[in-house]
Write a new protein. Structure first.
Length: 313
């Protein structure tokens, strides 16, 4: 999501009935030859075939892709004020997963990343590589990410997966910033049904490009999880469910797993009127109310949601 470094983020979508973008047609998984890991035991050689159902064991590699949620970003008005000069100060759900499952994590997430800029670093982002506002600094050019790399997340991810055959888990959470960017760059703040449908279509198309590259270009055959967005406001539930639906549909045919954060956040907020802020799952702001990013409790809930979707050894 938007990193909100210089100003509050406007809320997403007030017109929720327009998200009826046609689902993309799922393609057949054509990842090519199965990746193989060779282990030598004295003079004998055992070959282990890696598939999307291969259990994840302790010590395996984990690659996280996404925006500020995966990064663990917190707004500047959170108390105490975050220190953006050290990436280790930010703990997202990938760090929680890696700690719980004893995995070797490479977190490439960048605050403000859109589905387009994740693919092409020169594309419009909402504060990662560039920003729609001249007063908002691009996060990546001013502050460190968890993993240092050049180029786009996707290009580096492909190279990383080709080089690290021990990776057994990849998570992807992206798309919210596409709406925030639309809000900040349109006169009507992206309230038109046509604009909203266009954004959803772009996100779905880009997610499909991303999973295609991971499976077919990087030849990654391990577990791949699409992490859904949670509700930040009950009034926006239909819109957010529509976005999640199209993102999940874009992964069909590529053996993806779905981490349904929308449902888990809703269940955890039942006794708080369905409000994730009241339930303590979102960052608490000194200015009052909540931000759009998960609190520590929210990140832990996201991590458990992802873990429940996995096949573990």
């Amino acid at each position: 999501m938007h990193h909100q470094f210089a100003r509050p983020v406007r809320r997403v979508l007030t017109s929720v009935t327009a998200l009826t973008c046609a689902s993309l047609v799922a393609a057949t998984f054509t990842a090519g030859a199965q990746a193989k890991t060779t282990m030598k035991h004295k003079k004998k050689t055992t070959t282990v075939k890696v598939t999307p159902s291969t259990p994840i064991a302790r010590g395996a590699g984990y690659l996280a892709l996404g925006d500020s949620v995966s990064f663990g970003y917190m707004e500047p008005t959170v108390v105490p004020t975050p220190n953006y000069t050290k990436a280790a100060n930010f703990v997202g759900f990938p760090e929680v997963i890696a700690s719980d499952l004893h995995l070797k994590l490479a977190n490439l997430a960048c605050p403000g990343e859109t589905s387009s800029s994740l693919i092409n670093a020169k594309a419009a982002s909402n504060g990662c590589e560039n920003s729609p506002s001249p007063t908002t600094p691009a996060y990546r050019t001013h502050f460190p990410l968890h993993t240092k790399y050049s180029g786009s997340q996707l290009s580096y991810a492909v190279k990383y997966l080709k080089k690290h055959s021990n990776v057994r888990l990849v998570t992807l959470m992206v798309g919210a910033n596409d709406f925030f960017l639309c809000q900040e760059t349109t006169a009507d703040q992206c309230t038109s049904p046509a604009e909203q449908i266009g954004v959803v279509g772009t996100v779905a198309k880009n997610v499909r490009k991303i999973v295609t590259a991971l499976r077919e270009k990087a030849h990654y055959n391990g577990q791949l999880v699409l992490v859904d967005y949670y509700s930040v406001n009950p009034a926006l539930n239909t819109a957010e469910e529509g976005l999640n639906k199209e993102i999940n549909q874009a992964g069909h045919g590529f053996h993806v797993r779905i981490a349904n954060a929308f449902n888990t956040f809703a269940q955890a907020s039942v006794h708080s009127g369905g409000n994730a802020c009241t339930a303590g799952l979102l960052t608490q702001l000194s200015t009052g109310g909540c931000g759009v990013h998960p609190s520590s409790a929210g990140q832990t809930l996201l991590a458990s949601t992802v873990i429940r979707s996995l096949r573990l050894r």
